[in-house]
Write a protein that binds this ligand. Structure first.
Ligand code: SF4
Length: 392
């Protein structure tokens, strides 16, 4: 194994935005000690090490997050080596359904549905069976592998639990979709009931590091979230858990979250880039660049090599024209809209995947099939927080 830096003649350029806070970073220090010559790690060797089973340290992960823009392609090449090892050229599509919007008593600062948000979001209780089924049909037509059923809540009440228990077997029998439920904090008993009715996976995001959590929410704790993840695991369900980047946290916070997700053996990691929504406490806070997003995805891939990695909320907003590059480290995207904000049309996602030479997991897209929303149905419900899940 070799992680010894090799020298290049590149100047050590600090990337703008999020990355501009890296003064004093290992990269910057190497540049200074190298008499103005930038010292670069051997990204490919790091990838080989990861494939051979070595776990990256937090310092190494931080170094990846601080990769200068001129070395970004080398970093993406390394992340792609790892992605290809475990996921080939496949892309998994997910479909979000905001089954209950607004009305949340929690105070998550990034969320337009929180009690401290003045953002104008639709408010409705859990949708009726026909709407949930119509959305499942759309998810199947869009070739989604997984239907993500999301409600805005601290945790599900009995009525919501019963609605989920009723609809999940029906969706699975009719459309063969995997089901990921995002219902908030769960008791051990609720997790067992979800498993029993056929839910495959539960989404419950860590959102950020343990250290930073109190800065974004006061009505529940990071420990509450971790406890729910343990209940989910104990019930025999798969874990979907990720976070939101760009909420004012440090890069060390992002690394801390990635390492914790590795410890939890998280099967699926959604990475959101904050979509700062007017009316939320975090409005106008995100200063991410497309390069920051790519560095983040690459770091998550290298730290969590076998986890499904999904580019989630904020993909179009922050990656912009560099979106396709995100699929070199990541192997999954949402097709369609997010909870509160619109995604790009599904046809553009299919085209992007085809142009990359990648392929959607499962059957080939049927170009003759309409991917328009059925009347009276919205894949995002128009509400939500702009991220991939309510994060609850
Ligand atoms: S993220 Fe979820 S729990 Fe937090 S305020 Fe929004 S809907 Fe409620």
């Amino acid at each position: 194994m070799s992680t010894a830096p090799t020298e290049s003649t590149h100047p050590a350029t600090a990337a703008p935005g999020w990355d501009a806070r890296v003064a004093g970073s290992p990269q910057a220090e190497l540049a200074v000690s190298g008499h103005g010559r930038f010292a670069r790690p051997d990204y490919r060797q790091l990838a080989i090490d990861v494939i051979e089973g070595r776990k990256l340290t937090a310092d190494e992960a931080l170094m990846l997050l601080r990769t200068p823009n001129e070395d970004l392609l080398a970093l993406l090449d390394a992340a792609f080596l790892v992605r290809r090892e475990y996921f080939g050229l496949s892309v998994q599509l997910y479909f979000l359904m905001n089954a209950k919007s607004g009305l949340c008593p929690e105070d998550c600062n990034y969320c337009s549905q929180s009690k401290v948000s003045s953002a104008p979001v639709p408010k409705y209780n859990i949708l009726q069976r026909d709407k949930l089924l119509a959305a499942a049909e759309l998810a199947a037509r869009r070739q989604a592998k997984t239907y993500c059923l999301v409600i805005s809540a601290r945790g599900p009440n009995e009525r919501e639990m019963k609605a989920v228990e009723e609809i999940v077997p029906e969706i699975k029998a009719k459309y063969g979709l995997d089901i990921c439920a995002c219902l908030g904090l769960l008791t051990a008993e609720q997790a067992r009931r979800l498993k029993a009715c056929g839910v495959d996976r539960v989404n419950h995001n860590l959102n950020t590091s343990e250290e930073y959590y109190a800065k974004i929410c006061s009505t529940h704790t990071h420990a509450d979230r971790v406890q729910t993840l343990h209940h989910v695991r104990d019930a025999g369900l798969e874990l979907c858990s990720g976070g939101i980047v760009g909420m004012g946290e440090t890069q060390a916070d992002v690394v801390s979250m990635a390492m914790q997700l590795r410890e939890l053996r998280t099967e699926s990691i959604p990475v959101n880039f904050l979509n700062s929504i007017d009316g939320t406490p975090l409005q106008k806070t995100s200063d991410l660049t497309p390069q920051d997003c790519l560095r983040t995805l690459a770091m998550f891939r290298m730290v969590n090599p076998t986890s499904e990695l999904r580019i989630s909320g904020g993909r179009e907003l922050h990656l912009r024209t560099l979106q396709p590059l995100g699929l070199y480290p990541a192997n999954s995207v949402f097709v369609g809209d997010y909870l509160t904000t619109e995604g790009q049309p599904p046809e553009e996602d299919y085209r992007m995947i085809r142009d990359l030479g990648f392929e959607v997991t499962g059957s080939a897209p049927d170009p003759g099939v309409s991917t328009a929303l059925p009347v009276g149905t919205s894949s995002c419900g128009g509400g939500g927080c702009g991220q991939n899940s309510c994060g609850n």
